[in-house]
Design a protein around this ligand. Structure first.
Ligand code: GLC
Length: 652
């Protein structure tokens, strides 16, 4: 959009750019800057317009975008243009992701490069390498307490190894996702040291206070993220003689985004990683970016403005790069991280679907889809050109952040229902075979979350220990059922490493003093490649899981109805154990897949009349795309075996 005030500012900025920038051929850069400048200016002005140095900061912002554009390799610039031409490329059903730790999966980054064949064997083509940036030993929060944003942790390799991995992935048509921890830094970061030395510039990077006055005001409304290991949201720093805001662990200092210098630093870091070859950047803990006394300081409007601004700026320099929002918040809030509008107020193209994840676990414990159906209905439609990251497990805990109103509508009392779920997954509940562990218990609120590997939560650990063949079969079916859901729901399925071979809880973290208090380490296992080799031995759990998941992936990739163009219709059936939805091919009418999942441990029936309007599914022979079978029918009822799912098409 053209508008005089911002345009004349743009002209002034271009005049002030350093000569080495002005001399370059920046054709594409300038057209993009022109296109986005009004938005960039407006957002920057809302956030920082009152400052005397506003124009200087804008010049610096433009410089950061330009310098990173100059640094960007030709091959990446070509990719940017290709993706501009095919701007919905990431909504395709062809993408399947996996998140893994380079060291736990393959020793280091070079080792990871050698294991790409394994991922391709499975069908994974989007790799999320969990944080690899330098962190202090011990106080690292699994890589989320960064002490140097431009260097790779020596334990996994160096920058050249990462670039090499990016090249290898590109050759195999695989995408690289990297983490950028935008909300906080390690207390061992250079900025923190300079703040401790009393340098005002760096004190302004953080929220620090000489006494408890402001911290106490914040504490009235701020919840605690890690109540057991890091209670409170401020930490006293002896050297600085000040309280510093530390919402997560006491060694993670929250960055002060009301300071434009912080914003510009972080943009520079994001573009740096985009230039190392990342296709997707996972922005960590984005809900927390803006703090306000008297609020919970999550999901604030300014946090969204910051993300919009990051997106607008990134589009100027590296438009092919996507953002993932990691915001584990209520459904009505999650949806906002896509932005308000796909063109003029976009934020992140991808967001973790924590709602779906938690609801799936609810269905597992209750053996019905009552809350799942209600919860999904409350999830607002997302923007076009936005997609979910659907997952069953990840490196974090499972939070039970359902909407209480939905819980009541499903017929449960919220507090006791959450207690039941916790008991169920920690194996306290009578019939439960689950072997999860509580995480983040909050004495004050009584809340807890759940840690544990997928296989252990699904009962495989117990069944194997009891040598219970039937139990093993059931837990395998359950693991496959959950994967069947994330593959077909709409969005990019994000597998978690080890789940494809049923890796159980790993207790080795208990020998490590730095980890012992954080039960999330129980599900961050080191991969045992001898176990992985069992995927080739017929009948082993490893083989049944690996083959089941790889078959699903293969089918997903050739089923356009599974692409994500808001092409899902939830179907309410008379049977509470079933979760049923229709996916239709956005490019071809008459091409649809009916997804039917039975969360119960006994067979269930779907009345085909429940599908609403008279559909082909009632009159045709049905075929399950996943197994190739024709499911049993009894009269006009479809029979779904325990813990099974179908991806049905109506054959002509
Ligand atoms: C994100 C990460 C989590 C980490 C937290 C603080 O939520 O997923 O592992 O503890 O941020 O950085």
């Amino acid at each position: 959009m053209y508008e005089q005030v911002s345009h004349s500012l743009l002209n002034r900025i271009l005049d002030q750019l350093k000569p080495e920038i002005r001399k370059r051929d920046l054709r594409y850069f300038y057209t993009r800057l022109g296109a986005n400048f009004y938005a960039i200016y407006s957002l920057f002005h809302v956030l920082y317009g009152k400052r005397d140095d506003f124009e200087q900061q804008m010049v610096r912002l433009a410089e950061v975008m330009a310098l990173n554009y100059i640094e960007r390799k030709k091959s990446l610039k070509r990719l940017d243009i290709e993706r501009e031409n095919d701007h919905t490329w990431f909504l395709s059903q062809e993408w399947v992701g996996m998140a893994l730790y380079a060291n736990a999966f393959a020793g280091d980054l070079q080792g990871l490069g050698k294991r790409l064949g394994y991922l391709q064997e499975l069908g994974v083509n989007m790799l999320h390498v969990m944080p690899i940036l330098q962190c202090p030993k011990g106080a690292s929060d699994g890589g989320y307490a960064v002490s140097d944003y431009r260097n790779v942790d020596r334990d996994v390799g160096d920058l050249e190894d990462l670039r090499q991995l990016a090249r290898q992935l590109r050759k195999r048509d695989m995408l690289l996702t990297l983490d950028v921890v935008v909300n906080h830094v390690s207390d061992q970061h250079e900025w923190a040291f300079k703040a401790r030395e009393g340098e005002q510039t760096y004190l302004d990077y953080f929220y620090t206070y000489p006494n408890r006055e402001v911290p106490d005001m914040f504490e009235e409304t701020l919840p605690e993220v890690f109540p057991e290991t890091s209670p409170g949201n401020f930490t006293w720093d002896e050297t600085m003689q000040r309280w510093v805001m530390t919402v997560f662990n006491d060694y993670q200092w929250d960055l002060n985004y009301s300071n434009p210098a912080v914003f510009i630093e972080m943009l520079d870091i994001l573009l740096f990683w985009a230039n190392q070859g990342a296709d997707i950047l996972r922005l960590d803990a984005v809900a927390f970016l803006w703090k306000k006394i008297g609020t919970i300081s999550q999901n604030e409007r300014e946090a969204h403005l910051i993300l919009q601004l990051l997106k607008d700026c990134c589009q100027v320099t590296a438009p092919g790069v996507l953002f993932i929002a990691e915001a584990i918040v209520a459904p009505v809030e999650i949806i906002k991280y896509f932005g308000e509008d796909a063109v003029i107020a976009k934020e992140c193209e991808i967001a973790y679907n924590a709602t779906f994840m938690a609801l799936l676990w609810d269905a597992v414990a209750t053996r019905n889809a009552k809350l799942l159906n209600k919860g999904i209905r409350s999830l607002p439609d997302k923007l076009d050109r936005a997609t979910w990251l659907n997952y069953v497990r990840c490196h974090d805990d499972i939070g039970l952040g359902f909407d209480d109103a939905d819980v009541r509508r499903a017929g449960y009392e919220p507090v006791s229902h959450r207690r039941f779920l916790l008991d169920y997954f920690t194996g306290e509940y009578d019939e439960s075979l689950s072997r999860g562990y509580p995480f983040g218990h909050n004495e004050k609120s009584g809340d807890s979350r759940i840690a544990g590997s997928l296989a252990s939560l699904a009962g495989l650990e117990t069944a194997l220990a009891r040598d219970d063949e039937e139990g093993i079969r059931r837990s395998i079916d359950l693991i496959l059922l959950l994967h069947g859901m994330i593959m077909s729901f709409g969005g990019i399925p994000l597998l978690y490493y080890g789940d494809e071979i049923g890796v159980l809880n790993d207790f080795s973290f208990m020998e490590d003093e730095e980890k012992i208090n954080d039960t999330r380490w129980i599900h961050r296992p080191k991969i045992d490649w001898e176990k992985a080799a069992l995927r080739h031995r017929h009948g082993t759990p490893e083989q049944r899981l690996f083959d089941g998941i790889s078959r699903m992936i293969a089918v997903r990739k050739i089923t356009p109805a599974f692409a994500d163009f808001n092409n899902r219709e939830l179907i309410q059936t008379g049977n509470p154990h079933l979760f049923v939805f229709r996916r239709n091919n956005p490019f071809e009418t008459d091409d649809e897949v009916l997804v039917v999942a039975n969360f119960d441990d006994s067979p269930q029936y779907l009345d085909l009349g429940d599908l609403g309007k008279r559909t082909r599914f009632e009159y045709s022979r049905l075929r399950d795309l996943y197994s190739g079978d024709t499911p049993s029918q009894f009269k006009d009822q479809l029979v779904i075996p325990p813990h099974r799912f179908y991806w049905l098409i109506a054959e002509r």
